[in-house]
Design a protein around this ligand. Structure first.
Ligand SMILES: Nc1nc2c(c(=O)[nH]1)N[C@H]1C(S)=C(S)[C@@H](COP(=O)(O)O)O[C@H]1N2
Ligand SMILES: [Mo]
Length: 302
């Protein structure tokens, strides 16, 4: 399959504003030059679970309906409050239980040859969802380069701490900086990516520019934004949401329609921009990750 799924998006969903810029221009503006382009787009399985091909959510909605508490807790606040957020220069530290810890400049951190388009279903714990055409590269690239030590079991992802630029960090809505984590084998799964763009444009600050974690089989809160540090550990990372409320936000955060959120059902979801609800799929419709959880009770490990 080489045809991009968004070639099939009805024109009503596309406005000139988010027509694709050509890739060379995108990469230049993202500061990533001289890339060998591959056509390795990862598509939503078109007939998975008897569902119809799913349309990506409009760029307008993806960039104006956000969760990013550093810029406010309202859905419309991040787009407004993150205007002017400085994403360059940007440094990323990779450390902890690795043979080759390093401090990178973003340009050195991203290996252009492994960047790809991947259209992923995204499901928020609040029971809304979107389909987002990401541009990014596997987390495993970074981990392999760092050479994890045998003792490494988890990966911790930390967002920038900068209360001057991030007004929400002056309030105790979460423990700052925002921290998320994965088990090392989850982070190594090819579906787990670090995203740098959406719809072939560089990420907007509200979506986590310049670098953001995406794990499509998990609830959206796993996708830490504006990442500055990736640390390998032998103990489970203490994540911001789990600290805030361990009964509502477990470490695993796998999309599991059979495990209710304490305050509402997770059995169905509403695609942002649509009226009717649809059934939520186990692992958000990515059954290829199931082997990572063999033998685990996913009702207890929510
Ligand atoms: N640093 C940081 N990352 C974050 C959040 C946040 O508040 N701060 N919210 C999370 C939640 S709850 C969701 S649903 C997704 C939303 O991503 P989007 O706004 O790009 O759709 O970002 C996640 N990453
Ligand atoms: Mo979320």
């Amino acid at each position: 399959m080489t045809k991009k799924s968004w070639d099939n998006v009805p024109s009503s969903e596309i406005t000139p504003e988010h027509a694709y810029v050509n890739r060379r221009e995108f990469l230049r503006s993202a500061g990533i030059a001289s890339v060998a382009f591959t056509s390795g787009a990862v598509l939503l399985p078109s007939c998975a679970h008897g569902q119809q091909k799913e349309e990506p959510t409009s760029y307008q909605r993806i960039t104006t309906y956000n969760n990013y508490y550093e810029f406010g807790t309202g859905k419309d606040e991040p787009a407004e409050e993150s205007k002017g957020f400085k994403t360059s220069p940007w440094k990323v530290k990779v450390d902890g239980l690795v043979k080759k810890p390093a401090d990178y400049n973003l340009e050195d951190f991203i290996k252009p040859s492994t960047q790809q388009e991947r259209v992923y279903r995204m499901r928020c714990v609040e029971a809304w969802s979107m389909v987002i055409p990401w541009w990014g590269f596997p987390v495993s690239d970074v981990l392999k380069r760092a050479e994890p030590l045998p003792s490494a079991k988890y990966v911790e992802f930390t967002t920038l701490l900068d209360p001057q630029q991030m007004p929400g960090q002056n309030y105790p809505s979460l423990k700052w900086p925002y921290v998320e984590g994965l088990r090392l084998d989850e982070a190594m799964h090819p579906l787990a990516i670090l995203a740098t763009g959406i719809y072939n444009k560089p990420l907007m600050p509200q979506n986590g520019a310049p670098l953001r974690l995406v794990t499509p089989w998990k609830y959206g809160f796993k996708g830490g934004k504006s990442i500055v540090r990736i640390r390998l550990t032998d103990t489970e990372p203490v994540t911001s949401w789990k600290l805030a409320n361990p009964h509502e936000y477990g470490f695993y955060a796998n999309v599991n329609p059979n495990h209710d959120h304490p305050r509402w059902s997770q059995a169905t979801e509403r695609r942002v921009g649509e009226l009717s609800r649809r059934p939520t799929l186990m692992f958000n419709g990515y059954p290829e990750v199931a082997s990572l959880y063999q033998g685990m009770d996913l009702d207890k490990n929510y």
